[in-house]
Write a protein of this length. Structure first.
Length: 148
């Protein structure tokens, strides 16, 4: 299953998790929804869901969820042509190994990296070098200050 039907089921799952107050599930489903939206070329939707997912992961202290969120938002930045930002975010999570039930970030990491590398350039490389000096929490905080 893919496309609109899969996106709708993920939205429904996130809504149900929110309704019953299971934040960790809601955050994970929102990350999956962001990844699928990105695959479907819905960059704006992907960014909205990725930011929501990251906010939940940050609130819960969920390291895997924070890595997933920063990684997705790095990929989204690359899709938007914000290559220095993409590199900075990727550098912050490049060495992170985030394990979660059903794979989480590990299932999406290579696909995101391939998308980013297709558009990388010297600007990306500068961001990447700076991001390698950035701790995960600092990247999350930086994203929280980003304008919507």
């Amino acid at each position: 299953m893919g496309g609109e039907a899969a996106l709708e089921l993920l939205r429904e799952s996130a809504d149900l998790a929110h309704a019953v107050g299971v934040e960790w599930w809601e955050g994970g489903v929102l990350a999956e929804l962001a990844a699928m939206s990105l695959r479907e070329g819905r960059v704006e939707d992907a960014e909205i869901h990725g930011c929501e997912s990251l906010a939940i992961a940050a609130r819960l202290g969920d390291r895997s969820g924070r890595v997933f969120g920063v990684g997705l938002l790095s990929c989204i930045a690359a899709e938007r042509g914000e290559l220095e930002r993409a590199g900075r975010l990727w550098g912050a999570i490049e060495e992170e190994r985030a394990f979660a039930p059903l794979g989480g970030w590990q299932r999406h990491r290579d696909t995101c990296y391939a998308r980013i590398r297709r558009s990388s350039n010297a600007e990306f490389d500068l961001g990447l070098a700076a991001g390698r000096e950035l701790e995960l929490d600092a990247a999350v905080e930086e994203l929280g200050r980003s304008p919507d």
